[in-house]
Design a protein around this ligand. Structure first.
Ligand code: PLP
Length: 362
C-alpha cells in the first residue's frame, strides 16, 4: 500500500531508519517523476506557448520557455531537481541547496527554493550578466561570484565555480545538498515528462527534427528520450558553440567538461552542428522582425533550426527559446548589437508577448 508520508517528512516525526525505509518503498512503488510533473504544473511551471513560423515548405516550432514562472527553461530543471530531491529524502529544512550556474538554473533554484521555504547558495562565474546576478541576489538567497581565467576574456566557463563549490562542501560536510544539474537525471526528465508531451498535446505527432543547443544537455537529452521512445523516426540534432564563445548558457565540449547526463545519453543524438557567435548575433537582430527579443542561445537555436528546415523541405522542426533578452542589456549594448534606445524600445514592446498556447509569428 502506498502511504503518503510527505507531512511526516516536513514535521520530522519519522525516525531516520523508518524514514529511509518509507522513502525507499515510495520510490520503488511509484514513479517519483510522474508525481513531480503534476506538482510542477500546480506550481505554475511549464505549459509555455509554442511559437511557429514557416521557412519555405517547412515549419519551425519553438517553445517560448522564457514564459516560465521565473523567466527561463531552467525553471523545469530547477523544480524537478528540488521536488524529486524532497521526495527522495535528500533535502530537508536543515540543509542548504548549493549549485554552480551561469545564470538561469541559479535564478530558478534560488526562487523555487525561496517559495518552498528552503535556503540556496549559488556559485556564478563573474562573466555572467549583472542582471543575472541581480536576479539571484534579489531573492535574498546567497550568491558567490567566481573569478576565473575564462571570465578575464569575457567568456563563461562553469568549471571553476564547480570546483569552488566542491571545496565548500568538503569543508562543511552535511550542510549542503548539491543537486548537480550536470549529472542529475531530474534535469533530463523534466523535459521528458513535460516539454515533449506539451508539444504533442498542441500539434500532435508531426515533428520530424529536434534541434537544440547544449548547456548541461538537459533539454536535448530529455526531448531526445521522449521522441526516441514515442516517435522513433524523429532526428535529434545537438548544436554546440565554438570554444570561448559568448553565448550565455551554452557549452563547448572541447574546452569544458562533458556533463554526465549528456555523455550517458550520447546514443540518442543523431547529428551535431556548430554555431558561431556571429551567426547567432545576426539571427538575434533578424528575430526582431519575427516579434521575438530573446537571449542569444534562442537565436543560436533558431539559426540552426532554419538551417535544418531549409535542408529538409517539408520538415517540422522543434526547438526552444530558453530565455528572453531581459538579462542581456549590458551584453547587447556592449557588443553593439542594439543601442540602449533600441533595447528599451524592443523590451517594452515584447513584454506584451502573447499568452496563447500556439502562437503564429508574423
Ligand atoms: C539561456 C540558456 N540557454 C540554453 C541553455 C542550455 O540548456 P540545457 O542546460 O538544458 O542544455 C541554458 C542552460 O542553462 C541557458 O541558461
Amino acid at each position: 500500500m502506498l502511504v503518503d508520508i510527505s507531512n511526516h517528512w516536513q514535521s520530522g516525526k519519522v525516525f531516520l531508519y523508518r524514514h529511509d525505509e518509507l522513502v525507499m518503498s515510495r520510490c520503488d512503488s511509484i514513479d517519483v517523476y510522474q508525481d513531480v510533473t503534476e506538482d510542477a504544473y500546480r506550481f505554475g511551471i511549464g505549459k509555455t506557448p509554442l511559437y511557429y513560423h514557416e521557412v519555405g515548405t517547412s515549419v519551425i516550432y519553438s517553445k517560448m520557455e522564457y514564459r516560465n514562472k521565473y523567466g527561463s527553461i531552467k525553471d523545469r530543471a530547477g523544480f524537478f531537481m528540488i521536488s524529486s530531491g524532497i521526495k527522495k529524502g535528500l533535502l530537508d529544512r536543515n540543509k542548504t541547496i548549493i549549485e554552480a550556474s551561469s545564470g538561469n538554473t541559479g535564478i530558478a533554484l534560488a526562487n523555487i527554493a525561496k517559495e518552498m521555504g528552503y535556503r540556496a547558495k549559488i556559485y556564478v562565474p563573474n562573466a555572467s550578466s549583472q542582471a543575472t546576478k541581480d536576479a539571484i541576489m534579489v531573492t535574498g538567497q546567497e550568491m558567490v561570484e567566481v573569478f576565473d581565467e575564462a571570465s578575464k576574456h569575457g567568456s563563461i566557463n562553469i568549471d571553476a565555480a564547480v570546483s569552488m563549490l566542491k571545496k565548500e562542501m568538503e569543508m562543511k560536510p552535511g550542510k549542503y545538498v548539491n543537486f548537480d544539474q550536470y549529472s542529475n537525471d531530474a534535469n533530463t526528465l523534466g523535459h521528458y515528462y513535460t516539454t515533449g508531451p506539451e508539444v504533442t498535446s498542441v500539434i500532435g505527432d508531426s515533428i520530424t527534427h529536434v534541434v537544440i543547443s547544449i548547456g548541461t544537455g538537459g533539454t536535448i537529452t530529455g526531448l531526445a528520450k521522449y521522441y526516441k521512445q514515442n516517435f522513433p523516426s524523429v532526428k535529434v540534432i545537438a548544436v554546440m558553440p565554438k570554444p570561448y564563445h559568448k553565448i550565455q548558457g551554452l557549452k563547448n565540449l572541447n574546452v569544458s567538461k562533458t556533463p554526465e547526463i549528456l555523455s550517458k545519453n550520447m546514443n540518442l543524438i543523431d547529428e551535431w552542428m556548430d554555431i558561431d557567435d556571429r551567426d547567432a548575433e545576426d539571427m538575434l537582430k533578424k528575430m526582431i522582425d519575427l516579434d521575438l527579443f530573446t537571449g542569444l542561445s534562442s537565436a543560436a537555436n533558431y539559426f540552426s533550426a532554419v538551417k535544418i528546415a531549409e535542408k529538409y523541405p517539408g520538415s517540422k522542426v522543434l526547438t526552444v527559446f530558453p530565455d528572453s533578452a531581459e538579462k542581456y542589456r549590458e551584453a547587447y549594448v556592449h557588443r553593439q548589437l542594439f543601442t540602449d534606445d533600441e533595447y528599451n524600445e524592443y523590451s517594452a514592446y515584447f513584454r506584451k508577448d502573447p499568452s496563447d498556447t500556439l502562437y503564429y509569428g508574423k
